[in-house]
Design a protein around this ligand. Structure first.
Ligand code: MHF
Ligand code: KIV
Ligand code: MG
Length: 289
């Protein structure tokens, strides 16, 4: 007998619910499709290491993205552009090892799929075989449709990512809102249909007007995962260090902070340092004789 997850309204939720459900087996892309049919919203967080991922897994987060945002969040780069397949594979494997229930999605980093479908398949295969991810994500709508098609044919579930695609930061000259104006909105709709037709099981909509994201969500039969894309998306994703208050400096406007981990961790470090300098640590109970 397993213990049911006690969320406030768990009694109203089906045992199949992605969040709050009671199934303990690993979530699959079929469960994701079923959630859209039920009209159920779901949360996704990024994760970059086994320990943090195990916290989110125990909290019931059903889908985790090993984002190339590890570049700026974990590896100290200025953007996601320098992230390599070796880095993605190492940290994706750690997240898979740290979780039992969540579907783990590995991000294909810049330069690992742009050469074409064959390169994309080689990169995605590495994340599936060496890291054990259940799906991969790659940036681009119409421009990435051929890559998505080949991966799906090969049996690798693909999450697409349209709107703001941060790997193109050098082309944008920053991180501007996408899909503003009639022409840009039409392009976003074409991108959304292209990735669905190519076989993607879900699509991230990043930094697009809420009304446009709502329209895409209504039109598509695959779930939309919003980040800065309003409340009508089927799912929402945030970079975990942003939502937990760990990221230093100014955050994008779409971020909501649910904790102040940076402050809490800094306070812990200072308290430890003061104990060491003042001789209060180690105390008798931490010592051996
Ligand atoms: N820590 C972190 N969080 C993220 O969400 C994230 C990353 N890193 N790295 C990769 C990309 C970069 N992202 C970003 C970065 C900045 C903005 C930003 O500041 N946007 C402006 C909007 C500008 C406009 O109005 O056009 C903002 O104020 O939110 C948005 C997305 C999202 N991704
Ligand atoms: C923010 C999400 C969608 C992402 O691509 C990442 O974290 O790398
Ligand atoms: Mg990414």
């Amino acid at each position: 007998m397993t213990h049911a997850l006690k969320t406030p309204d768990s009694s109203q939720k089906s045992n199949k619910a992605l969040y709050g459900g009671t199934s303990s087996r690993r979530i699959t892309v079929r469960d994701i499709a079923a959630a859209k049919e039920r009209g159920e919203k779901w949360p996704m967080l990024t994760a970059y290491d086994a320990m943090t991922a195990s916290v989110f897994d125990e909290a019931g987060i059903p889908v985790m993205l090993v984002g190339d945002s590890m570049g700026n969040c974990h590896l100290g780069y200025e953007s996601t552009v320098p992230v390599t397949m070796d880095e993605m594979t190492l940290l994706s494997a750690a997240v898979v090892r740290g979780t039992k229930r969540a579907l783990i999605v590995g991000d294909l980093p810049f330069g690992s799929f742009q050469e074409g479908p064959v390169q994309a398949l080689r990169s995605a295969t590495r994340l599936v075989k060496e890291a054990g991810v259940g799906a991969v994500k790659l940036e681009g709508g119409e421009r990435s449709a051929h890559q998505i098609e080949l991966l799906v044919q090969a049996g690798i579930p693909v999450m697409a990512h349209i709107g703001l695609t941060p790997q193109s930061v050098n082309a944008y000259g920053g991180y501007p809102v996408q899909g503003r104006g009639e022409e840009a909105a039409q392009q976003l709709l074409r991108d959304a249909k292209a990735v669905q037709d190519a076989g993607a099981f879900a699509v991230v909509l990043e930094l697009v007007p809420a009304e446009l994201a709502a329209e895409v969500t209504r039109i598509l039969h695959i779930p939309t995962v919003g980040i800065g894309a309003g409340v009508e998306c089927d799912a929402q994703v945030l970079v975990w260090t942003d939502m937990a208050g760990m990221t230093p400096g100014r955050l994008p406007r779409f971020v909501k902070q649910y904790a102040k981990l940076r402050e809490a961790l800094g306070d812990a470090a200072k308290a430890f340092a003061e104990d060491v300098v003042g001789g209060a640590y180690p105390a008798e109970e931490h010592s051996f004789h």
